[in-house]
Design a protein around this ligand. Structure first.
Ligand SMILES: Nc1ncnc2c1ncn2[C@@H]1O[C@H](COP(=O)(O)OP(=O)(O)OP(=O)(O)O)[C@@H](O)[C@H]1O
Ligand SMILES: [Mg+2]
Length: 255
């Protein structure tokens, strides 16, 4: 029996008004496979994520998550099915502590109201869960610090903790290492690999840093001018002449 792909996209297209941004994208991602979506600036990567995650309904095509047709569903409903995403720009509550940043999605996950937030002292179980998530990410030592005080790379780890708190099956990461220094980038690469291996989370990420892409992804999709140009292993993509031409002006992809 063939396994149902965690994500299946059929002929997906999206227009902003009259401007066609992505078109006729079809792809499948098996559960557990680390996959990347690459392409030059403006190729439509973020738009693709926005449409897949329900931020905008697609203009054309269908999206299946774990065999279920989720085309046009609202973003929060898609989240509750287990597909989460991070944003290209860091998205945390700077004034809250790192632990509180993780408690919010946990409250939502367990369908508890925000009123409870004030009496969280009694919510020991949620605290424990939050601390477990921070442990997974390796930032429990920052639990009581206001998120705004953290270095940029650590803030992005908090964002990862917020995503993982909801126990996702599929995580769409939009440029998870953007703006990071080499050390922070290496830490993020190791973390993504570890999380995928230990918890079976499927990660599908966009990246400009080819070092990250080639060291994480088992399979790469290349987006060019809104359409899918190529699919393959890192080696196939690295040596694909069409990709080199379209994506990097004919130069060999460096990593
Ligand atoms: N809300 C919007 N309304 C109109 N046009 C948009 C909107 N968002 C993006 N675009 C346009 O759609 C195209 C694709 O943008 P998108 O952000 O999806 O690309 P990207 O591949 O994520 O680029 P980058 O690598 O710079 O993040 C661009 O030409 C962009 O200007
Ligand atoms: Mg983008």
């Amino acid at each position: 029996m063939t396994e149902v792909p965690i994500l299946k996209i059929e002929h997906l297209g999206h227009d902003y008004g009259k401007f066609q941004v992505i078109d006729d994208i079809s792809l499948e991602i098996p559960a557990g496979e680390l996959t990347a979506l690459i392409g030059p600036n403006g190729a439509g990567k973020t738009t693709f994520y926005n449409v897949v995650s329900g931020r905008f309904p697609p203009t054309r095509g269908r999206v299946y998550f774990n065999g279920q047709d989720i085309t046009g569903r609202q973003a929060h409903k898609i989240v509750s099915l287990g597909m989460l995403r991070s944003f290209q720009i860091t998205n945390i509550f700077p004034e809250l502590s790192v632990r509180e940043n993780v408690l919010i999605p946990l409250l939502l996950h367990h369908h508890r109201g925000f009123a409870l937030f004030r009496s969280l002292g009694r919510e020991k179980k949620l605290y424990r869960e939050a601390d477990e998530v921070l442990d997974k990410i390796g930032i429990s030592h920052y639990a009581d610090r206001p998120a705004r005080e953290l270095a940029y790379g650590d803030k992005r780890l908090v964002e990862m903790a917020i995503v993982l708190a909801r126990n996702p099956r599929l995580v769409l990461l939009d440029e998870p290492t953007a703006g990071m220094n080499p050390e922070e980038t290496d830490r993020m690469i190791t973390l993504i690999k570890q999380l995928a291996e230990q918890f079976g989370t499927t990660f599908f990420l966009t990246e400009h840093d080819m070092k990250v892409v080639f060291s994480i992804a088992k399979r790469i999709f290349v987006l060019h001018q809104g359409g899918l140009l190529a699919t393959g292993s890192p080696e196939e993509i690295r040596t694909n002449p069409q990709v080199r031409e379209a994506y990097l002006g004919g130069e060999t992809i460096q990593c």
